[in-house]
Ligand binder design. Structure first.
Ligand code: ADP
Length: 410
């Protein structure tokens, strides 16, 4: 008798952007990483692949033009194979793809077939920058391993529980429905992971706690999570709405758009670029890195100080708004590049909210750590926490759970 083959436990997570592919190979037996890497500037001069094996071996860098996503994924497959982790390995259980827009149809991770791909394609008009790259990544991976389950994990899925009152824009219903205009929200994988980890940090089940999650990276979004379900989030039809971001404006009066068309003679594309690429912190002060902005403030730079103040003011407004939406808040969790690292942002966003039971302890806030931690003083009614996000682990977990226990698929 031969011993039964152990069931495969590895998941390759692929995050395909317009000119990059980020990847991580995880072993879901223990959640550890086997390799991580990135292919950047795909289709441009100076493409680069950076591959880091995490169980022995040195980081490797490959330079030279990578023509397209197919070539990028082939190069990734070769690097993994060189470490004995090739895509043909029987230990690989599935490939998990980050897909930015899942519309209303995809409320959970989904095994990809042609019909699912067609639906992701149908959503391209509402995610023109992201979904096409995701589709190319999926198609290429399917060609490399046609027999392997490929799972889509959607950035929007966590937000599909939002009630209509939060998801609807107050515009003509027929027009909105005809063009699928509503608030979808993004960064859902991160909001799901961080809200759950925050509950764990408090020693409670997710169903027992209400959390405001502040995902502050280059893109930034807030969400109100009641008992594990998202009830509101700050990004909308696209990832432009809401908080002030690195290069995006967040909320503006929509009349800014037609004002610029009529008065400045700008085209829709020019205004799109203005609001998405030349606004936010960059638009206000020329820098989008919070470290640089803080350095400039320390030197007395007025524009950097203005950018910081506008950023924090918006953040504080959303904390207040989501406090009201939730009614009772157990924790406010800061995450992503700025949220995890920028103590002055956390301090300023929570300052003055003592009446809401919110406070930050200066010493705890100053601690630098990769661990989830509470930074509010013991007496505070509401916990303020720093909870590092891990979108790849979350995608791998959801992918593995689905292929391991398909009953999970809704
Ligand atoms: P992305 O949205 O690209 O995933 P990240 O979550 O990695 O972004 O966040 C990137 C941002 O985090 C940087 O632009 C910078 O503003 C901020 N950041 C990173 N490290 C620090 C730090 N040590 N102090 C302050 N801000 C930081």
């Amino acid at each position: 008798m031969t011993a039964p083959t152990p069931s495969p436990t590895r998941v390759l997570v692929l995050n395909s952007g317009s000119s990059s592919v980020k990847y991580q190979l995880l072993d879901m037996a223990d959640g550890s990483r086997l390799a991580v890497g990135l292919v950047e500037r795909i289709g441009e001069e100076g493409s680069r692949l950076v591959h880091t094996p995490l169980r022995g071996g040195e980081k490797r860098v490959r330079s030279g033009t990578v023509a397209d996503h197919a070539a990028a994924l082939k190069a990734v497959a070769e690097e993994l194979a060189a470490d004995g982790l090739g895509l043909d390995s029987p230990e690989l259980a599935a490939i998990g793809h980050r897909v930015v827009h899942g519309g209303l149809r995809f409320t959970a991770p989904t095994v990809i077939d042609e019909e699912v791909l067609a639906e992701i394609e149908r959503l391209v008009p509402v995610a023109p920058l992201h979904n096409p790259a995701n589709i190319v990544g999926i198609r290429t991976a399917m060609t490399l391993r046609p027999d392997l389950p490929q799972v889509a994990v959607f950035d929007t899925a966590f937000h599909t529980t939002m009630p209509e009152a939060a998801a609807r824009y107050a515009i003509d219903v027929d027009t909105a429905d005809a063009y699928r205009i509503r608030r979808y929200g993004f960064h859902g994988t991160s909001h799901a992971y961080v809200s759950r980890e925050t509950a764990r940090l408090l020693g409670k089940a997710p169903e027992e706690v209400n959390v405001i999650v502040l995902h502050l990276g280059n893109g930034a979004s807030a969400s109100a999570v009641a008992g594990g379900r998202c009830v509101d989030t700050s990004m909308g039809l696209t990832p432009l709405e809401g908080l002030v971001m690195g290069t995006r404006s967040g909320d503006v009066d929509p009349a800014v758009t037609f004002h610029l068309m009529r008065v400045a003679g700008m085209t829709a594309d020019e205004i799109d670029t203005l609001l998405n690429k030349r606004s936010g912190l960059v638009g206000l002060c020329g820098d989008n890195d919070m470290r640089e902005i803080r350095r400039r403030i320390d030197e007395g730079d007025q524009r950097a100080a203005l950018a910081f103040d506008v950023y924090v003011h918006r953040l504080k407004k959303y904390i207040g708004a989501y406090y009201a939406v939730l009614g009772r808040v157990d924790a406010v969790a800061f995450t992503a590049g700025v949220g995890e690292n920028a103590a002055p942002v956390r301090e300023a966003a929570i300052a003055g909210l003592e009446e809401l039971g919110l406070a930050v302890d200066a010493d705890l806030n100053a601690v630098r750590s990769d661990e989830a931690r509470i930074i509010s003083p013991e007496y505070a009614r509401v916990a303020v926490a720093v909870v590092p996000t891990d979108e790849e682990l979350e995608i791998a977990r959801q992918t593995f759970a689905l292929v391991h226990d398909p009953a999970q698929e809704k």
